[in-house]
Design a protein around this ligand. Structure first.
Ligand SMILES: Nc1ncnc2c1ncn2[C@@H]1O[C@H](COP(=O)(O)OP(=O)(O)O)[C@@H](O)[C@H]1O
Ligand SMILES: [Mg+2]
Length: 414
């Protein structure tokens, strides 16, 4: 659930596609508290950066992971890279193989880079946990496997300290349906939606399609947005312009069901503003939020190409919004982060249609290159990229310290 390859500050001549708006000139005065420049950062600690992963966002993670590794190494932390291939095999990368200049295809054959592997995840994590001191796993993976609680559970089982959200928060953050059910129940604004499963379509195709058509016609605008529940990067998403056109609706459902057995059918918003927030912290006591940043998609919506092709879209780490909206964004972003039990960091994404603000999704491992929006929002508040990475490391260590207090001995058993 990340995005890369977009210019942080596009040239003035940048083409906006169907959109007339342009990135705003930065305005001063973010209300969020700042990461302390002088404290809260960890002493040098060994770090194992996990990058790649068996997900459609493999290549994005390669960029994020190497940027993080370079920043942490530059800040004095001993860093080693672990590449996870598309078959979920783990490879120990030699130091030179973390070079940000290497093209993504170079990682398709890790042995040619001098990497050792493939190893099984459990084997690697047990080996890392047995070291003294054991490294902190910096999980720089996006999408299923790395961002959905799977790797987080593996780290938990191995007893390895890892960055970012825990198992449950990762799973809820990855699943757009679970996320929306949760935050909607808490009274937060979300776009109206229906959920469809492959099983429901198989057993009652006509009834399911009729329900969706009725849903569409009860909306002010009958157009629909169809998306898989657990994916990112806009993969498998389609706008349905004419929900009464059975073929069009069918094709959109099929495209999303290709990637997940559960999909969302949402009310379509016509070119909403895409505002995003960065949240860091482990709980209400130490939460901080930065942003809003904004994306300016060059296509009808922020589809895969609009996110990743150079020069199609634009972003800014500092969106031009009136103060009341800014304050509401900070409050809602924090509320959503706390609602899922977020830890470490997350990017919280909003859609603004006219005056109506909707919470769209929460990414527990957002894109993390120097030009990605999450770090760009922190940088806009005066927090350098390397400091953001170190702060995330410190939050992982802080969580570990708190957890240690809850380790059971026989004397604790009832
Ligand atoms: N209900 C909607 N109406 C209009 N556009 C939408 C809607 N939902 C998503 N989009 C567009 O699709 C993009 C990707 O959707 P999103 O839910 O964020 O999935 P992903 O996890 O793939 O980023 C958004 O950034 C926005 O441009
Ligand atoms: Mg998104």
């Amino acid at each position: 659930m990340s995005r890369e390859g977009r210019p942080a500050n596009p040239p003035a001549s940048h083409r906006q596609g169907g959109r007339a708006r342009r990135p705003a000139t930065p305005v001063p005065g973010p209300p969020g508290p700042r990461i302390p420049a002088d404290g809260g950062l960890p002493a040098p600690v060994p770090v194992a950066v996990l990058l790649g992963g068996p997900s459609a966002e493999h290549d994005v993670s390669l960029v994020s992971g190497r940027a993080i590794a370079a920043a942490l190494a530059g800040a004095g932390h001993p860093v080693e890279g672990w590449l996870i291939d598309l078959d979920a095999g783990w490879w120990r990368l030699p130091d030179g193989a973390l070079d940000p200049a290497l093209p993504a295809v170079a990682y398709d054959d890790p042995a040619s880079l001098g990497a050792q592997g493939p190893h099984r995840a459990g084997q690697v994590l047990a080996e890392l946990a047995a070291r003294d001191p054991s490294p902190v796993a910096f999980v720089a993976l996006h999408g299923p496997y790395g961002e959905d609680g799977t790797v987080q559970a593996l780290c938990e089982a191995a007893g390895l300290v890892y960055t970012g959200a825990g198992v449950a928060a990762s799973a809820v953050g990855m699943d757009k349906a679970l996320f929306k059910r949760l935050v909607a129940a808490l009274g937060m604004p979300v776009v109206p939606w229906r959920e469809v499963t492959a099983a429901a379509l198989e057993t009652d195709r006509e009834g399911t399609l009729a329900d969706l058509r009725a849903f569409a016609h009860a909306l002010p605008d009958p157009r629909l947005m169809v998306k898989p529940a657990r994916l990112g990067s806009s993969v498998g998403m389609t706008i349905v312009h004419h929900p009464d056109d059975a073929a069009e609706l069918d094709a959109a459902l099929g495209a999303a069901l290709h990637y997940d057995e559960r999909i969302l059918v949402e009310a379509y918003l016509d070119h909403p503003r895409e505002l995003e927030m960065a949240v860091l912290g482990n709980g209400p006591e130490d939460l901080e939020s930065h942003g809003p940043g904004e994306a300016f998609p060059g296509h009808e919506f922020y589809d895969f190409t609009a996110k990743y092709a150079q020069g199609v879209s634009a972003t800014t780490g500092r969106a031009d919004v009136p103060r009341p909206l800014r304050e509401r964004l900070h409050a809602l972003a924090r509320e959503a982060f706390l609602a899922i039990g977020g830890e470490g960091f997350a990017r919280v994404d909003f859609l603004l249609a006219g005056d109506a603000l909707y919470l769209n999704e929460l990414n527990t491992i957002p894109g993390f290159t120097p030009i990605s929006l999450f770090p760009a929002m922190c940088v806009a508040d005066g927090v350098p990229f390397a400091e953001v990475c170190q702060r995330i490391l410190a939050l992982a260590l802080d969580r570990e310290r708190r957890r240690r207090r809850h380790r059971l001995t026989r004397a604790d058993l009832p």
